[in-house]
Design a protein. Structure first.
Length: 566
């Protein structure tokens, strides 16, 4: 067979196969579409807020409080067969919750799945108890599916079945039973009786007064016992901690006592949030005061220059601890206010990374300050030379070192730059050097020089504050204007005031010895006159040690200048 007809037949067969596949592809595609399951309808958030147990209890109470009983009935598991009965049941249940539900709303689980470790089935949740007398009746929710919202939480039938019986046992709050009827008849703040408001205010005022008086008695007793130093310490701690402790304990008592007043659940939710925020704020205030006093006490127990670095580290640790307390308090208060703290912390972390990238110098200064204190190179109170400036370290903050110069100016040096500059710490020395040239006038004889050197050497050897092995006085040079002696000795102290006292004693004794031997110090002043009248050739300078001329009257302090030939 010829090859060309065979190739043509192959081409026709291949083209036919392509046509068959093209015709069959819509059929297969339609079959695949018919076999695929239909897409599920997207769930929408429940408009009543019943996705979580906490939302169900809170929104049910809000619906009854606003008078929307039809909306409140949708939080109950009973079928809406009798609308009037459901309205009555919702109102009775809300009264029980207002009167006997003792758990704070913040303690109810806010997860859509509820608490999975409470021993109940996954579709059941116990949100709290109704404490009526000595009995605790549990309040349970059930999780059901309701299109299009999906899974929601409702108050269970078992709880609702007990509501009529429990409602008949409701009695007036104890505060209304104690106070006269006048306080019961008047209603304020969302339907609460005046007696309830009086009791709520008393639960805060009475603890404040009682605790204030107790602390006053306590401090009077402590002042009578112990020595004066201990009394001063007690007074310092008492003055700093008295009001934070009194306020914190009073708010805690007020928080517990408010539950006994029979207040409405909605009022307790809002008031409880404000009260918890105040408690957190007071606790942070108390902790900051405790950190301040504790770290200050620790620094006072480590006196002297040897613990200067440790004291500075404690100062830095105190500031970090106080900053940590403030950050934690802010996060807790935001959580009480209903802010999603996890999202806030995640945003804070991302913002912290961006801030660290944009504020590299600040981070560098902070780390430089930490490393500086950990290496104990500087401490508060040290005399240092930093960048050519001499002064005393006044403070070491999280970003800089403050140096009080001898001109009494305050120099702030970023901690990050200290790692790149020379830092000379004078406070770390155990002895201080005296090295000075002593100029004696020409005309001093050799015997006088020997006598002066011998007397000064004996004085240095006998002084109790001078190191004996290294102390010396030597004749070092015949200078242009004086015979120069050099004194070299170490004062056995690192404290600047003591060093200056010893140095003054040494110099005064040297002056006394020089005068006793009949010699004197060379005069450091000189005058330069350019005048040919003194016998020098014109154009040459002549140096004379002459007394200063008296000023000419009427011309200030300037001496009358002689006429200089040009």
């Amino acid at each position: 067979m010829h090859p060309l007809p065979l190739v043509a037949q192959c081409h026709r067969a291949f083209a036919g196969a392509l046509i068959v596949c093209a015709l069959a592809s819509p059929v297969f595609a339609q079959g695949r579409r018919q076999s695929e399951p239909p897409p599920q309808q997207a769930q929408v958030p429940d408009p009543l807020g019943r996705e979580t147990p906490r939302g169900t209890v809170r929104e049910f109470n809000e619906a009854v409080r606003t008078g929307d009983l039809g909306r409140a009935a949708r939080f109950l598991q009973l079928p809406p067969a009798s609308g009037e009965r459901l309205d009555t049941l919702a109102r009775q249940l809300n009264e029980l919750l207002d009167r006997y539900f003792v758990q704070p709303i913040s303690s109810i689980n806010a997860s859509p799945t509820g608490a999975l470790d409470d021993g109940l089935p996954a579709d059941r949740e116990r949100v709290g108890v109704l404490r009526i007398g000595a009995r605790d009746i549990g309040v349970e929710l059930v999780r059901i599916e309701e299109p299009p919202s999906g899974l929601i939480w409702l108050i269970s039938n078992e709880t609702l079945a007990q509501v009529p019986t429990l409602h008949r046992a409701i009695t007036a709050p104890w505060i209304e039973q104690v106070l006269p009827p006048f306080f019961t008849r008047h209603r304020v703040f969302g339907g609460h009786s005046l007696a309830q408001m009086v009791g709520l205010a008393s639960s805060l005022v009475i603890p404040l007064v009682v605790l204030y008086l107790l602390t006053e008695v306590l401090i009077r007793v402590l002042r009578r016992n112990g020595d004066s130093r201990r009394r001063q310490l007690v007074q310092e701690w008492f003055s700093s901690l008295r009001w934070p402790v009194v306020l914190f304990l009073s708010l805690m008592i007020h928080f517990g006592g408010g539950r006994l007043m029979g207040l409405a659940l909605a009022f307790r939710i809002r008031y409880g949030q404000m009260l918890l925020a105040a408690i957190v704020f007071t606790a942070a205030w108390l902790l900051r005061r405790l950190f301040t006093l504790g770290f200050e006490r620790a620094r006072n127990l480590m006196p002297g220059a040897a613990h200067g670095g440790t004291r500075s580290l404690l100062l830095l640790a105190e500031r970090l601890a106080q900053a940590f307390v403030v950050v934690v308090a802010i996060v807790v208060i935001l959580g009480i206010a209903g802010v999603n703290t996890m999202t806030a912390l995640a945003g804070l972390g991302i913002g912290g990374i961006a801030l660290a990238l944009g504020a590299q110098k600040t981070v560098e200064n902070f780390l430089g300050g930490v490393f500086l204190l950990s290496d104990r190179a500087l401490a508060v109170g040290d005399k240092c030379t930093i960048g050519g400036r001499l002064g005393f370290v006044e403070d070491i903050t999280l970003r800089s070192v403050r140096l009080r110069t001898f001109e009494q100016t305050l120099l702030s040096i970023p901690a990050g730059t200290l790692s790149q500059s020379n830092v000379e710490n004078w406070a770390t020395r155990t002895k201080s050097l005296i090295q000075q040239r002593i100029p004696l006038r020409y005309g001093t004889s050799a015997d006088q020089l020997r006598a002066i050197l011998g007397s000064i050497t004996g004085f240095l050897a006998e002084h109790p504050k001078i190191e004996r092995g290294s102390a010396r006085i030597r004749l070092v040079d015949f200078g242009e204007r004086a015979i120069e002696l050099e004194i070299f000795c170490y004062v056995l102290t690192g404290e600047v005031p003591q060093y200056l006292i010893v140095k003054e004693e040494v110099l005064l004794r040297i002056a006394t010895i020089v005068e006793a031997e009949g010699s004197g110090f060379a005069r450091p002043t000189q005058f330069v006159y350019m005048d040919s009248e003194f016998g020098a050739p014109p154009g040459r300078d002549v140096v004379h040690d002459l007394p200063r001329p008296r000023p000419t009257p009427g011309r200030g302090d300037l001496p009358e200048a002689p006429d200089v030939p040009r």
